[in-house]
Design a protein around this ligand. Structure first.
Ligand code: LLP
Length: 438
């Protein structure tokens, strides 16, 4: 079983009625660092990294690029750099974080559908290895900036392969009406522009990403067929040999018992067999997993506060976090699994709705979950929150973003400090004319 098939981090243990992860008692972590608290289990993170490496080890030409958008903090980048990953980045902030973490920038690929002038400049100055060019506007802009700097940018073309995968509409990207990438019918035009006019672009390959939280490998098989055929067609039509292919990310994880994602090895088999079936010259393959690398390693701890029973008997129990530290339930109707970290052997259970503390009716973390009878002060552990929680967190209601700790071998270290009230106002200013009556 690979780590993405487990709801919980691999080091989860029950200890005297308490949950522990990475050898650290979660109730003690909550006391020491306060709540809400993101906890990342280093063993699970390194475990899944090794699962990826093992699964693709037969394939010499694989380049694994962690999709930073899932969770981008300096310590996480450092660990994945040690594990041999490259990085898919989509903003100046992500570029800066990987650069500062000491990553060899040749191992970095810059994605995104609207890269700004400043971001492209920064990427060229830092020596980012590849640009995935998303549209005509960007191709012209990149060529322009590269030529001003006397550089040549190595690029892939992001294409929309026209593949529907079964996932939430908001996280599908491969279908023909997607906002990302060139439609197949536009490829000849962009290749001609690169050949004839854009002398500072060096076209190396194609890129597609079909969606996220994907449970079927057939769509990767179909995607590879399209990419390989396009590469062959470009060779025949334009005489350009492309030997790089980026198949994107997307492998799913198990948020609840109902989820059944394939292991990394099955994804690797699909990729390898599709390549052997369709490709004559096996290209360099890039793969960009985000969620499946970091989601299972992360949990969030919350403290129980108020509760109420509404007419009809439904009981709401509110915790001290919610949609600002995890917007996924309200954005995608995402489902999660939770346990009470201090009540593992508690016999009396009840069905409750775990509500967040934010001023929105939609701020519900988990509907109708059966948990030990809850009281104020209990510590709730929500599993599988490593991906797209902190990275999409906000300061809604002017609440400080939580801290994040890394746990391993019974040690815990802060990797992101909790925001302070002063942090919240640190970017504010008051015009002098408003100060004059002070
Ligand atoms: N490559 C590209 C070009 C992408 O757009 C993405 C994700 C990935 C790789 C990584 O995909 P992953 O392996 O993580 O599925 N916020 C949403 C997910 C949005 C994914 C956006 N792109 C969520 O919370 O479900």
């Amino acid at each position: 079983m690979s780590e993405n098939q487990s709801i919980k981090p691999i080091t989860v243990k029950e200890n005297n009625n308490h949950l522990s992860i990475g050898g650290c008692d979660l109730v003690e972590l909550a006391e020491k660092y306060n709540t809400p608290l993101y906890v990342i289990d280093e063993a699970t993170l390194r475990g899944i990294s090794k699962s990826y490496k093992n699964a693709f080890k037969e394939y010499q030409n694989i380049r694994m690029m962690y999709a930073c958008k899932a969770l981008c903090t300096s310590a996480i980048i450092k660990i994945l750099n040690e594990e041999g990953f490259g990085f898919d980045v989509v903003s100046a902030g992500e570029i800066y974080t990987v650069y500062k973490a000491g990553v060899d920038m040749k191992k970095v690929l810059f994605n995104g559908n609207n890269k700004s002038y400043r971001e492209i400049e920064l990427a060229l100055e830092c020596g980012v290895g590849r640009f995935s060019v998303d549209n005509f506007y960007e191709a012209g802009l990149l060529n322009n900036i590269a030529s001003k700097k006397g550089k040549k940018a190595d690029i892939l073309l992001r294409i929309t392969p026209g593949i529907e995968c079964h996932t939430h509409d908001y996280i599908k990207t491969g279908q023909t009406d997607s906002k990302f990438g060139f439609d197949l019918s536009q490829i000849d035009d962009i290749v001609n522009l690169i050949k004839n006019d854009y002398k500072n672009l060096n076209l190396r390959g194609l890129h597609a990403h079909i969606g996220s939280q994907i449970f079927e490998t057939q769509c990767y098989y179909d995607e590879i067929e399209i990419l390989v055929k396009e590469i062959a067609r470009i060779k025949n039509t334009h005489g350009i040999l492309l030997n790089e292919m980026n198949i994107g990310g997307g492998l799913g994880v198990k948020y609840t018992e109902a989820d059944n994602p394939p292991p990394v090895s099955v994804l690797a088999q699909a990729v390898t067999s599709a390549m052997h079936k369709y490709a004559i010259d096996i290209p360099i393959i890039y793969i960009e997993p985000g969620r499946s690398i970091i989601s299972t390693a992360g949990v969030t701890l919350y403290k129980v506060g108020s509760s109420k029973v509404v007419p009809g008997g439904k009981r709401y129990v509110a915790v001290d976090g919610g949609m600002a530290d995890n917007p996924r339930p309200s954005m995608y109707q995402a489902k999660y699994t939770a346990e009470v970290a201090n009540k593992l052997n508690y016999k009396e259970t009840e069905k409750v709705t775990l509500a967040g503390r934010y001023c929105e009716s939609g701020d519900i973390l988990i509907e109708n979950i059966e948990l030990p009878k809850l009281e104020a002060g209990d510590i709730i552990c929500v599993y599988n929150t490593g991906a797209y929680n902190y990275s999409m967190a906000s300061n809604y209601n002017r609440v400080e973003k939580p801290a994040m700790v890394l746990v391993n071998n019974s040690h815990s270290d802060i990797i992101v400090y909790r925001e302070t009230l002063d942090d919240l106002i640190s970017k504010d200013d008051i015009p002098d004319r408003l100060k004059k009556n002070d």
